[in-house]
Design a binder for this molecule. Structure first.
Ligand code: GDP
Ligand code: IMO
Ligand code: MG
Length: 422
């Protein structure tokens, strides 16, 4: 059986932390989409780790970690991740397997990302500049370079052809992007060397075999449902399907093999990059969330925009993904707010609606809030659900009543141990 773990907002919900906590129950942890635009933070034994491409099960002795076909891999960032883990005695050759069908981010993909963003000016997506969009464009345009290509004798020729095409494309953008290709290629080829030391596999066969042997698999989502290429706030989205269906295409798993769906959400909402955000706060409440929650991007360091919990958007994500249980993260960050607001409906072009519409720009949508009591206690040392403040339990019950899915995990701090199961 394959269980899914997905972010239900605009990313950075705390997926990495929960994957790490749950890994002991699984034989395989697999990333199925996205790439180094992701930054998944794990904190344990006083150390903090941020993973971008490597699945968040890597610190556990037993689990095999797979980077699936739906992922895009930048060898440069990948090498840095491996180097950062050098003190941990991890047998990467055995424990980290890479799909031959995963696509490769070339240095020029990153340049094209930058050129596209610059050319858009004010309308920019606010991408992570990791080359994600251009790499997926080459994939769907059937021009991509795949991990399996590194096994060809003439892979450098193929690399150069694609790079040349990108250099030509770069000239078409109205953007002055400075770069030193020799420098970029040097670090790229170094990264490729590290990558080639690992096992490249036909991951769909590996996973099918594992399923026949009744192994348990957890598919680790990156980004969040509202950044999904189809269902997110287009065009301010990423270039992959971050929702449940992405796990089927990104690993080669049939829908009838999917079991549970863990949905990860923050007790409030954050967003990094551009795009509409109905419940965004520009006042002291928002500043307080950002400060207490240390809301800075794990990949780019950019400040994250903060706002009240949006139940209209959360329900949309729960339903599209078939979420069966929820994990509410960062409940500790809301400690001390006298009252909290949650969006329960939208005013959409003058009409009250309770679904997530086509346009959520501020001129079309104003959230309709319900105000509830906050909790005052420091909850960061609580480890049993029953000991949580009543007002927090009421907040959780309100969410469950709205989205019709139980909250099974409450996270009260960034450490692995600050996780309450119910
Ligand atoms: P991911 O991309 O979904 O894995 O999330 P990120 O790692 O980008 O962002 C989550 C941030 O919140 C990280 O800095 C985590 O260490 C932190 N975090 C996770 N859970 C909690 C929590 O319950 N409370 C607090 N205060 N921080 C948390
Ligand atoms: P994790 O897995 C938060 C956002 C970017 C930008 C948009 C498109 O850590 O939750 P891209 O580089 O993908 O073309 O950027 O998506 N974005 C994320 N925001 N968390 C992420 O990943 C993100 N990955 C991409 O900020 O708005
Ligand atoms: Mg993140």
């Amino acid at each position: 059986m394959v269980n899914l773990l997905l972010g239900l907002q605009w990313g950075d919900e705390g997926k990495g932390k929960i994957v790490d906590v749950l890994t002991k129950n699984y034989d395989i942890i697999a990333r199925f989409q996205g790439g180094p635009n992701a930054g998944h933070t794990l904190i344990f034994d006083g150390n903090k780790h941020v993973l971008h491409t490597i699945p968040s099960g890597i610190f556990h002795k037993k689990a095999i970690n797979i980077v699936g076909n739906g992922v895009v891999i930048d060898p440069v960032i990948f090498k840095k991740e491996i180097d950062n883990l050098s003190g941990y005695n991890i047998d990467f050759n055995k424990k980290l397997l890479i799909s031959r069908k995963a696509h490769v981010i070339l240095p020029t993909h990153r340049l094209l990302d930058a050129a596209s963003e610059t050319a858009k000016g004010k309308a920019k997506i606010g991408s992570t500049l990791k080359g994600i969009g251009p790499t997926y464009m080459d994939k769907t345009g059937r021009n991509g370079f795949r991990i399996g290509d590194f096994e060809l004798d003439n892979w450098k020729e193929k690399y150069q052809q694609l790079t040349q095409k990108h250099l030509n494309m770069l000239r078409c953008y109205n953007a002055d992007i400075q770069f030193d290709l020799d420098e970029l290629e040097k670090e790229f080829f170094e990264g490729v060397k590290t990558l080639k030391k690992l096992q490249f596999i036909d991951s769909e066969f590996y996973i099918q075999q594992a399923l026949k042997e009744e192994q348990t698999i957890l598919a680790e989502g990156a980004q969040g449902s509202l950044l999904d290429i189809d269902f997110g706030t287009y065009p301010f989205v990423t270039s992959s399907n971050t929702t449940a269906a992405g796990a089927c295409t990104g690993l080669g798993v049939a829908p009838n093999k999917i079991g549970k769906g863990f949905g990860i959400f923050k007790a409030y909402v954050t967003r990094v990059g551009s795009g509409p955000f109905p419940t965004e706060l520009f006042d002291d409440n928002g500043k307080r969330m950002a400060k207490v929650g240390h809301e800075f991007g794990a990949t780019t360091g950019r400040p994250r925009r903060c706002g009240w919990l949006d139940l209209v958007a959360l329900k949309y994500a729960v339903e599209i993904n078939g979420i069966t249980e929820l994990a509410m993260m960062k409940a500790d960050v809301l400690s001390g707010f006298k009252t909290l607001k949650v969006a329960v409906k939208y005013n959409y072009k003058g009409q009250e609606i309770s679904h997530f519409p086509y346009n959520i720009e501020p001129e079309n949508v104003t959230p309709i809030y319900k105000e509830v009591k906050g909790w005052q206690e420091d909850i960061t040392n609580i480890n049993e659900y029953d000991q949580l403040p009543e007002t927090l339990k009421d907040y959780i019950k309100m969410i469950e009543d709205y989205v019709k899915v139980p909250v099974k995990i409450v996270s009260v701090g960034p450490d692995r141990k600050q996780t309450i199961f119910r």
